[in-house]
Design a protein around this ligand. Structure first.
Ligand code: OXD
Ligand code: MN
Length: 599
């Protein structure tokens, strides 16, 4: 491939960048810094996939699963200290701390580069460097972006090939441009004390050391598609959001919605929702454009918001997934899937809590130890994952790969809240909707390390992913309104409200279509709602509860706006407001005053 690289380059049929390009120069610099023994340029081809997975099996990175039951599927066990995103090790590196804002850890770029250089120096000796050229977004889309990730993790290389568009097309998408995200990654010695996930938005660069976990190491995902992209979006007038995109069809009409939920709050389930039989028989269908991330821009011709999913696969939470809760996800992971940290059955298949009503009599748990139901531990790690290509999804939307994306009619925010927050309400308008999104609270889950189950403010479900100052992020949201002649309607949902016995009141999963139907009807001006201090709310008769085991009192409880509880909720929002003290966008203060006066 080139004479300037010292380590042997594994021959591939990838069309490589010319030796003199910025891409090649940057790769050479990184090779010099990390000193790998071998450089492998990824092509994304099926033959290469086989070569990499064979190598993974040989070296213990992967366990080949029963190929009759799960063709093309492998299990990976991570280091037990490396099973979730580590927000405390995640940094935004900008010249001033103000650019990163109060919700991000900050490092000055020179200091960060110098600290990480000492870690990267020689870190790939004896290892292979995988060069992964990838595109985020359908090829040719106005928002598609090129990234190149250099990594010493075979697991990351195989996962990136599922999650993004890898190979020849990258050079075509890049053309003569020098605009690509430079992603340098090493698992290092996987020591949590030497773990850094550093973003340099002004350099379009990410350096990450010491973790192989998806959210820390698959850069198409949170690092590029959210942190770097949110910064680029603010500069260039578009939005990168932690949102699924679904198409909802009925009677020849298709409406696209985007929905933001904090991690592990059912986004993948929503994106792949299968309506219950009476709805299916009536012709309702939900199709998936994306399950985690939306890049959105305003179409100049129509003045409406359009969205693409920058990813090409799913990195979904496995526990709790079964034929009832998410049959489409089960289909996705039936072949050509990488499982991370699930349990291994004696027949070479996989298992996780919630897969079957009865646990297996025995299996090997996610740490590699023998397990029985009496072990008193979880067989699968609570944040265990599947990585599957989107083409595996039986409900993939026909426009999932359309460079022009889809037009978004509704934006739905939601959190996991046992109390206080109703099943559904609609914001009065975009500005109010931004306030509703900005004040989303949710009980924490296993997707990030730290305490599980405490309510944390998670603006737009983006708290860990905003790559710049949250003040400017919120202002950007407010300003986007001016670009649109007809903006999406904004809603808030809570599928997780519990009764006094601690049981969920709403059945969730496929039955959520009943709430989505009201949302869609509102977008098209067809559904009734009453005005409440929180926003527009359906009456009991406006949501179809037919066939559900929900009595009027349950519905009233779910939709109750308890003024006292809401005053406490507003006090709970202080957490966010105090962080933003002195920097709060004026519109946020105004919306808060309006809410207090309505209550
Ligand atoms: C994810 C997350 O993995 O949000 O999608 O943590
Ligand atoms: Mn996510």
């Amino acid at each position: 491939m080139t004479t300037t690289m010292k380590p042997p380059i594994r021959e591939t049929n990838a069309r490589k960048p010319a030796e003199t390009t910025t891409v090649q120069q940057w790769i050479n610099e990184c090779i010099e810094l990390c000193q790998p023994n071998l450089v492998h340029v990824c092509t994304g081809s099926a033959e290469e996939r086989k070569q990499l997975t064979d190598e993974g099996v040989r070296t213990g990175v992967f366990i080949r699963l029963n190929q009759e039951k799960r063709p093309g599927c492998y299990l990976h066990r991570s280091n037990p200290n490396d099973v979730a995103r580590t927000e405390q090790c995640t940094f935004i590196c900008t010249p001033s701390q103000d650019m990163a804002g109060p919700t991000n850890n900050w490092m000055e770029p020179k200091a960060a580069y110098s600290k990480l250089k000492t870690l990267f120096r020689g870190c790939m000796k004896g290892r292979t460097m995988y060069v992964i050229p990838f595109v985020m977004g359908p090829i040719g889309s106005p928002l598609a972006k090129v990234g190149i990730q250099l990594t010493d993790s075979l697991y990351v290389a195989v996962n990136m090939e599922i999650m993004t568009r890898v190979g020849h097309i990258v050079w075509k998408q890049l053309g003569d441009s020098e605009e690509f995200t430079r992603c340098l990654h090493s698992v290092g010695d996987c020591n949590p004390d030497r773990r850094y996930i550093c973003h340099f938005p002004l350099d379009n660069t990410i350096w990450s050391f010491g973790s192989g976990y998806g959210g820390n190491a698959l850069w198409g995902k949170k690092c590029l598609a959210l942190r770097i992209a949110s910064f680029l979006g603010q500069q260039q007038g578009w939005m990168a959001e932690h949102m699924l995109i679904s198409g909802v069809s009925f009677a020849g009409e298709k409406t696209y919605v985007a929905a933001a939920f904090p991690s592990a709050c059912g986004k993948t389930n929503f994106a792949m929702l299968i309506p219950p039989p009476i709805y299916r028989q009536a012709g309702w269908k939900v199709t998936t454009v994306g399950d985690d991330i939306a890049w959105m821009w305003v179409d100049e011709k129509t003045g409406r918001l359009r969205a693409i999913n920058p990813e090409a696969g799913y990195f979904g939470v496995v526990p709790g997934t079964n034929e009832q809760t998410n049959p489409n996800a089960i289909a996705c992971m039936s072949h050509d899937t990488i499982f991370t940290n699930v349990a291994l059955l004696p027949d070479g298949d996989v298992w996780w809590e919630g897969k079957t009503a009865e646990p297996p009599a025995e299996c090997v748990d996610w740490t590699g130890k023998p397990w029985t139901p009496k072990s008193g531990t979880k067989a699968a790690q609570p944040n265990s994952r599947f990585t599957a290509p989107m083409i595996n999804n039986p409900a993939l939307d026909a426009s999932a790969d359309d460079p022009n994306g889809v037009e978004i009619s509704a934006i739905i925010f939601g959190g996991r809240r046992a109390k206080t927050v109703p099943l559904v309400f609609q914001a009065f308008n975009w500005m109010h909707g931004v306030y509703v999104g900005a004040t989303v609270g949710s009980e924490t889950t296993a997707a990030a390390t730290g305490q599980v189950g405490v309510v944390r403010r998670d603006p737009m479900a983006m708290l860990p992913f905003i790559g710049y100052n949250i003040r400017d992020y919120l202002v950007h949201w407010f300003r986007m309104r001016k670009k649109m002649s007809d903006c999406p309607r904004i809603f808030h949902v809570n599928w997780f409200r519990k009764n006094d016995k601690g049981q969920y009141i709403w059945p969730g999963y496929g039955e959520n279509i009943r709430v989505i139907k009201w949302i869609i009807d509102r977008c098209h001006g067809r559904a009734y709602a009453v005005e409440t201090p929180l926003g527009w709310m359906p009456r009991r008769q406006d949501i179809d509860l037919n066939g559900l085991n929900i009595v009027d009192a349950d519905f009233d409880e779910m939709q109750k706006v308890d003024l006292e509880a809401f005053k406490a909720e507003i006090a709970g929002q202080e957490e966010l407001f105090l962080k933003l003290a002195g920097d709060l966008p004026k519109e946020m203060i105004f919306q808060r005053e309006l809410l207090i006066s309505r209550l």
